[in-house]
Design a protein around this ligand. Structure first.
Ligand SMILES: Cc1cc2nc3c(=O)[nH]c(=O)nc-3n(C[C@H](O)[C@H](O)[C@H](O)COP(=O)(O)OP(=O)(O)OC[C@H]3O[C@@H](n4cnc5c(N)ncnc54)[C@H](O)[C@@H]3O)c2cc1C
Length: 165
């Protein structure tokens, strides 16, 4: 297997295409990671949630990490890691425009709001679900792409019977 660095544009293209990944945050030295949808625009990711653990944690420590990947086979995959900073778009006049921008981008995905609201069903302290628009400012981005090496191709490891789709 050969692994190559992806350039910044390739990383951005992957984020824009996938729209789903894992968001990691941390509090008191304890990491926490959850799958989330996001909308990409240069230098930021937009997300929508309802108040729960991840929002509480990101409010107390805005440093986050997002990982997104596309695995075609054991030998062919791409993975992007973002280090970034959480910013909440509160329902106040100063954030009116960023909230509208975030919503307009997220609306491209059908039922973009549903998962965030559904998450409230399993909360032990559930009351009314409070919606939260947020953004992750991208401060560092790296990407790796894997492809089969010549010996793996010659040995037939990349033929369909050896694939782990
Ligand atoms: C493909 C995908 C996309 C998603 N997109 C979004 C999104 O855009 N916005 C959004 O708000 N949510 C999304 N979710 C749901 C998300 O992963 C969380 O389950 C949800 O947001 C609740 O997280 P929370 O931190 O508020 O947890 P809380 O509701 O506060 O619950 C905390 C407790 O539940 C556990 N828990 C929470 N989530 C999960 C989980 N996914 N798996 C296992 N245990 C869990 C925690 O470990 C903790 O014990 C998505 C899930 C998937 C699979």
């Amino acid at each position: 297997m050969l692994i190559h660095d992806m350039n910044a544009q390739e990383c951005r293209d992957l984020l824009a295409r996938l729209g789903v990944g894992r968001l990691a945050c941390a509090r008191d030295n304890q990491p926490y990671i959850i799958p989330v949808y996001f909308a990409y625009e240069p230098d930021r990711l937009y997300g929508f949630a309802t108040i729960g653990r991840k929002i509480d944690w990101m409010r107390s420590n805005p440093l986050v990490c997002v990982e997104a990947d596309e695995v075609r086979t054991h030998f062919e995959w791409q993975s992007v890691i973002v280090l970034g900073r959480y910013e909440e778009y509160t329902d106040t006049p100063e954030y009116k425009e960023p909230r509208m921008k975030a919503q307009s981008l997220m609306e491209r995905r059908y039922l973009w709001w549903q998962t965030a609201y559904a998450a409230n069903q399993v909360r032990s302290n559930r009351g009314q679900a409070t919606p939260v628009f947020y953004c992750v400012h991208i401060e560092e981005i790296t990407g790796h792409r894997a492809s089969p090496d010549p010996t793996e191709i010659a040995a037939g490891f990349t033929s369909p019977s050896h694939m782990t789709e």
